[in-house]
Structures are given as structure tokens and as C-alpha cells.
Design a binder for this molecule. Structure first.
Ligand code: GRG
Length: 297
């Protein structure tokens, strides 16, 4: 009998968490205080959505071997972004994943260094993951390039900068989408596209995965905006209502809750159609895609 979706997600999550718990030990050149902050930043109750999307995509392509180290690399970059996003110079938040933020627990300087240190740790994780799958150097290099491009000026960092510059200004929906395609979407897009490359899928399939990832990434951010406006700090494990407090334009402030939800649902359907087109609409990917819009935290 084939493994249930829940069992596969639990198994993948455990594999990713096991890699994450080994990261601080592998970072032996870092001072102990920074290693402790790295451990703190990568552990905890994260949903591991990006890593799980990577694993589900890799499996949907029928690829063999344990790709969980590659999935973990994406989660490390994501964890660094959360550590920095919470800093006093950015969102100045005190709670994340139900715990004090990394700078509250370890101090601003150490948390800042830990976040930066996670980037080369993520690159090392890609290389280790590619070696484990026996991938040629050219594919390993391509995977590093994809992750770094997604996290860089044209992706996550660029989106975050636009987001910071947009505080206290009412944006158009097009401007908001540009910010979120970078800030949130690029890493989700990379989760699907990198799995395609690691599985040595045809370029056309990698292209479709990128398009599907882009739709899922925007849906993820819309759901995040809706949760920020409608949920509680206790349920989210991070401060609710922070967007309004920082006077940020969000999908909710521009479209209202109902239209934002409708837009998220239609982006999920769009992603499903794209996956259908590549014959990759597996129950695992569909489950994760729907979770993006229906999640409660
Ligand atoms: C210095 C300009 C500059 C950038 C540094 C801080 C940063 C890089 C980027 C911010 C990226 C960011 C935090 C985007 C928000 C994405 C988002 C909705 C995060 C929440 O993700 P979840 O819900 O978190 O998957 P868990 O805790 O489940 O892992």
C-alpha cells in the first residue's frame, strides 16, 4: 500500500528537522554564542512549507534518493530571513514561532551575525545535498545559483527592501505584487524549481514549476496578510496585526479580507492547472498547495 500524504509529510519534516539540528555542530568555526543563535533560529515550530514543497515536487517527478538536505538548505535561508525580519531595524518583533525572537533571546548583534552566517551554511547544505544525490558539479552549481538568486536583490532581499521603503505609503496592487513576488514568492518559487533541477526534469517542466511556484508564493503572502489581520498572536505564534501597526499596504488593506481570500484561492487553482499541465498534480503537492491558503498559522 502506498504511503499516506500525512505519513510522507511527517517523514519529510523529520528528515529536514534532523538536518537542521546538525547545522550548528557543522558550523564549528563560529563562536559558540553565534552557533547557539543559529540553532535557535533554525529550530522551533516552523511549518517547513518550503522544504516540504521541495520534497513533494521532487517526489512527483519520480526522482530517487534522499533530497532532504537540499530541502533543508531552503529552510535555512528562510530561517535567516525571519531572524533578520524581526530585528529592531526591520519589523522590530518580539515573538516568532511561539517563542521570543532570536534577537530577544540572544541579543541584536549575535542575532544579526547568526542570520548572515546562515547564508554560507545554506550554500554548504546545497552542496552536501547535491553530493548525496550524486549530482554532477554543474547541477550543484546551478542549484546554488538558483537559491542565491532567489534570496538576492532580484528576489527576497530586493522585495524586503521595497517593502521597507513602502511603509506609510498606499501602494497599488501591482506594486504590492512586485514586492511579494520578491520578498516571499522567490523562495517558494525556488522550492519547486530547484526540485525540478535536482530531479533532472526537462527545462519545460522546470519552467512550469517556476510558474506554479510563483502563484503559490503570492497565495502564501495573501494568506499571511489575511492571518495577520484576522488571527491572534497566540494562534500565529508571532505578533498579529503588525502590518496595520507598521502602516503597511497589504492585500487586506487594498482588497479587503474577502477579496484577498478569493484571490488566494484563484492563485492556488492556477498553480493546480499548471501542475496538471506537467502531469505533476500529486496528492502531496495538492495537499500542500491547499494548505497554503487554508492554514491557521
Ligand atoms: C536587509 C533588505 C534586507 C533584507 C534581509 C529580512 C529579509 C532579508 C527578508 C525578509 C523576507 C521575509 C521574512 C518575508 C516574509 C515571508 C513570510 C510570509 C514568512 C512567514 O513564513 P512561514 O509562515 O514561517 O512559512 P514558519 O515559521 O512557518 O517557517
Amino acid at each position: 500500500m502506498s504511503e499516506s500524504v500525512d505519513a510522507a509529510l511527517t517523514r519529510w519534516r523529520a528528515a529536514i528537522d534532523a538536518h537542521l539540528s546538525e547545522i550548528p555542530a557543522s558550523a564549528f568555526e563560529l563562536p559558540q554564542a553565534v552557533r547557539d543563535a543559529v540553532r535557535y533560529g533554525v529550530s522551533g515550530g516552523g511549518k517547513r512549507v518550503r522544504g516540504l514543497l521541495f520534497m513533494a515536487t521532487y517526489e512527483s517527478l519520480g526522482a530517487c534518493g534522499d533530497a532532504s538536505a537540499l530541502a533543508t538548505a531552503i529552510e535555512i535561508v528562510h530561517a535567516y530571513s525571519l531572524v533578520h525580519d524581526d530585528l529592531p531595524s526591520m519589523d522590530n518583533d518580539s515573538m516568532r514561532r511561539g517563542m521570543p525572537t532570536t534577537h530577544k533571546a540572544h541579543g541584536v548583534a549575535i542575532a544579526t551575525v547568526a542570520g548572515v552566517a546562515m547564508v554560507p551554511l545554506a550554500v554548504g547544505q546545497v552542496l552536501a545535498g547535491a553530493a548525496r544525490l550524486g549530482l554532477p558539479d554543474a547541477i550543484a552549481a546551478r542549484l546554488v545559483g538558483m537559491l542565491m538568486r532567489a534570496s538576492g536583490g532580484g528576489g527576497m532581499v530586493g522585495g524586503q527592501l521595497l517593502d521597507l521603503l513602502a511603509e506609510n505609503r498606499r501602494l497599488t496592487v501591482a506594486e504590492l505584487e512586485r514586492i511579494h513576488r520578491g520578498k516571499t514568492g522567490a523562495l517558494l518559487t525556488a522550492s519547486l524549481a530547484m526540485a525540478g533541477v535536482a530531479a533532472r526534469a526537462p527545462e519545460a517542466t522546470v519552467g512550469i514549476l517556476s510558474e506554479a511556484g510563483d502563484a503559490l508564493g503570492l497565495a502564501f503572502q495573501i494568506a499571511d496578510d489575511v492571518l495577520d489581520a484576522t488571527s491572534s498572536t497566540a494562534a500565529l505564534g508571532k505578533t498579529a496585526g503588525i502590518d496595520a501597526a507598521l502602516a503597511k499596504s497589504t492585500y487586506v488593506s487594498l482588497l479587503g479580507v474577502d477579496e484577498a481570500r478569493t484571490r488566494a484561492d484563484s492563485l492556488i487553482e492556477q498553480a493546480m492547472l499548471l501542475l496538471d499541465r506537467a502531469a505533476l498534480r500529486t496528492s502531496h503537492l495538492e495537499h500542500l498547495a491547499r494548505f497554503i491558503a487554508t492554514r491557521r498559522s
